[in-house]
Design a protein around this ligand. Structure first.
Ligand SMILES: *Cc1c(COP(=O)(O)O)cnc(C)c1O
Length: 363
């Protein structure tokens, strides 16, 4: 490829490496915060029957009005607030950024944090300010205050619970950040089903507050559907950068169908929470492992003595794919595991024990 041609690509894009999704074929997949269960078989049949009447030759309902109503009810969006749907909440982050982007403006969030906030800042020509979290991954309000005053962020993202750390920040600290925000403040509640606490009821108190949800982590990651809730005047503006028909007919049909039977998702989230707590306990009893508290469906842990990347590789060789977070900085020697089915969790624990005790693996 000629350099003449590639020079047209913006330098900040050329510097990036593309978002890496590892090949999980043949592996137990505990890397991406997916719900391991899927639809119960009787619902699966009913869903398939309905699928045959979806008109794939037609454009979707541009406003997805039925799905709108359904989500507003299921997610208990306050009456005087509106919602906007995205092709995953990643698309909503992009729409938010596009609607405020300018060269001298920034997005502010926290480190370690969700990578898409900084990636999308870059895609949209904005700068990114990552305020470091304290050593226990809590918010350091003095640092946050100073960064907000200095950088005057157009957009602030707070993941609640945070990814990749798994903890819930102090709610009073988040409220203070919302009050300090010169621009929009987004509370990203991707892990809401596992945290059972929300800023949704506080939407009415702050017009600068937006609450973002997704159906991905609750069990519908394949659909790509995110929800942004906020003041109607603000939502209407962000809606202008939405590409027409961003929610396809299959997603609209399936999400409506599943949300009409949402009980099973509630039950699955409950099982995952119980399994998470059991896994946390088991890992906390392993002398070589430091586990961080989690209110999400994944657990961040640090290996006190072993080489984390070597342990990650051993687990993969044993058929278990988790996420390697090991890099210099606050996540040094850290790995992240998603809570799977009980049997998968057992196999993970066994493989981890094995990876950490060379004598045993030699048996
Ligand atoms: C997974 C995740 C998302 C992305 O969700 P999608 O709806 O699948 O795009 C957003 N925010 C956080 C913090 C996440 O961990």
């Amino acid at each position: 490829m000629s350099e003449q041609l590639l020079k047209w690509v913006r330098p900040e894009i050329r510097e990036l490496s593309a978002y890496q999704v590892p090949d999980a074929r043949g592996l137990i997949k505990l890397d991406a915060m997916e719900n391991p269960y899927g639809l119960p078989s009787e619902l699966q049949r009913e869903w398939q029957r309905g699928l045959s009447s979806v008109a794939i030759n037609r454009y979707p309902d541009p406003t997805a009005s039925a799905l709108h109503d359904c989500l507003t009810e299921v997610m208990q969006v306050p009456q005087d607030r509106s919602i906007l749907l995205g092709n995953g909440s990643d698309e909503l982050i992009q729409m938010l950024a596009l609607s405020v982007a300018a060269r001298d403006r920034c997005i502010l969030s926290f480190e370690p944090g969700f990578v898409m906030y900084s990636m999308i800042a870059r895609y949209t020509g904005m700068t990114y300010v990552g305020v470091p979290l304290a050593a226990d991954f809590s918010l350091d309000l003095d640092l946050v205050r100073a960064a907000i005053e200095r950088h005057q962020p157009a957009l602030i993202f707070v993941a609640y619970p945070n990814n990749p750390t798994g903890n819930l920040f102090d709610a009073a600290a988040i409220e203070e950040i919302i009050r300090m925000a010169p621009g929009l403040a987004v509370v990203d509640e991707a892990y809401h089903p596992f945290a059972q606490t929300s800023f949704m009821p506080r939407l009415k108190d702050y017009e600068q507050l937006l609450v973002m949800r997704t159906v991905s982590k609750m069990g519908l990651a394949g659909l790509r559907l995110g929800v942004l809730c906020g003041a109607p005047a603000l939502i209407n503006e962000v809606d202008k950068v939405r590409l027409p028909y961003n929610i396809n007919v299959l997603t609209q049909y399936t999400a409506e169908f599943v949300l009409a039977h949402a009980d099973f998702l509630v039950g699955q989230a409950e099982m995952i929470r119980a399994d998470r707590d059991a896994l946390l306990q088991q890992m906390a009893s392993m002398s070589q492992v430091e586990v961080f508290p989690s209110q999400a469906n994944f657990i961040l842990f640090r290996l006190k003595h072993a080489d984390a990347t070597a342990v990650f590789d051993k687990l993969r060789a044993d058929g278990i794919l988790i996420k390697n977070m090991d890099r210099p900085g606050p996540l040094a020697s850290c790995l992240r595991v998603t809570v799977g089915r009980p049997e998968e969790n057992r196999l993970f624990i066994r493989a981890l024990e094995n990876a950490l005790s060379p004598q045993r693996s030699a048996l």
